[in-house]
Ligand binder design. Structure first.
Ligand SMILES: Cc1cc2nc3c(=O)[nH]c(=O)nc-3n(C[C@H](O)[C@H](O)[C@H](O)COP(=O)(O)OP(=O)(O)OC[C@H]3O[C@@H](n4cnc5c(N)ncnc54)[C@H](O)[C@@H]3O)c2cc1C
Length: 187
């Protein structure tokens, strides 16, 4: 994918929109697997999104544990038939694996009252700053203050008549639309 925000061209295999935890982890994973990745956020990656502002609770249960079975059962019960066990299992396994990765990266987890490491809560600002550092380390190109709409409009301008995405048609991005409103345009 190629985008041309504010006069420069970026080539990447993967464009991730939104640099909260979901986008940051997706971008890191894609880069770790060899893709060239651009991550764009309307704010600043590391301080934008709900997680960066406060603590965030995480379910940390080991695969195969009784605690994991209980977590799944409780959520199935609360889901009133709408939840599926395999989705919940995937979510808690993924959380457990990612918490392990955070530990390897040196994230300073809290301690519980018994003096053991407690991974069920992350300090949002520290967590998101660490993800930002890991994005840099993985070689992800970060575009802060880049709302998706602005990027799509830049891409539409660059693609011009070649666009097959419908972005170059008259619409909010279209220069034709704004120029038709010019005061000096012939009537
Ligand atoms: C008060 C509150 C408490 C919460 N507590 C917890 C909790 O304890 N545990 C938990 O697991 N979850 C909690 N959540 C849910 C939490 O928001 C999510 O788990 C987590 O932040 C979701 O991550 P995300 O990356 O999907 O979205 P977000 O963190 O919301 O990140 C989305 C990112 O996309 C960017 N963005 C949005 N629109 C655009 C655009 N047009 N162009 C470019 N970038 C854009 C935003 O700037 C933002 O950085 C809480 C939410 C709230 C509001």
């Amino acid at each position: 994918m190629t985008a041309e925000p504010e006069g420069f061209v970026l080539d990447a295999d993967v464009l991730v929109l939104g640099g909260g935890p979901a986008g940051a982890w997706a971008a890191i994973t894609a880069a770790q697997r060899g893709a060239s990745v651009v991550l764009a956020d309307k704010g600043r990656v590391g301080t934008s999104g709900a997680t960066a502002a406060a603590n965030t609770a995480v379910i940390d249960v080991a695969p195969g544990s009784a605690a994991k079975r209980q977590v799944i059962e409780r959520r199935l019960e609360r889901g009133l038939g709408l939840a599926r066990a395999e989705w919940i299992e995937r979510m808690v396994d993924e959380a457990h694996a990612r918490l392990g990765e955070l530990a390897e990266w040196g994230y300073a987890f809290a301690w519980n009252d018994r003096g053991a490491i407690y991974r069920g809560s992350l300090r949002g600002p520290d967590y998101m700053q660490l993800l930002r550092r890991r994005l840099h380390k993985a070689g992800v190109r970060i575009l802060d203050h880049s709302p998706a709409f602005k990027l799509f409009c830049a891409m539409a301008r660059w693609l011009g008549p070649r666009a097959s995405l419908g972005l170059a048609r008259p619409g909010p991005c279209s220069p034709a639309r704004s120029s038709s409103r010019r005061a000096d345009a012939p009537s």
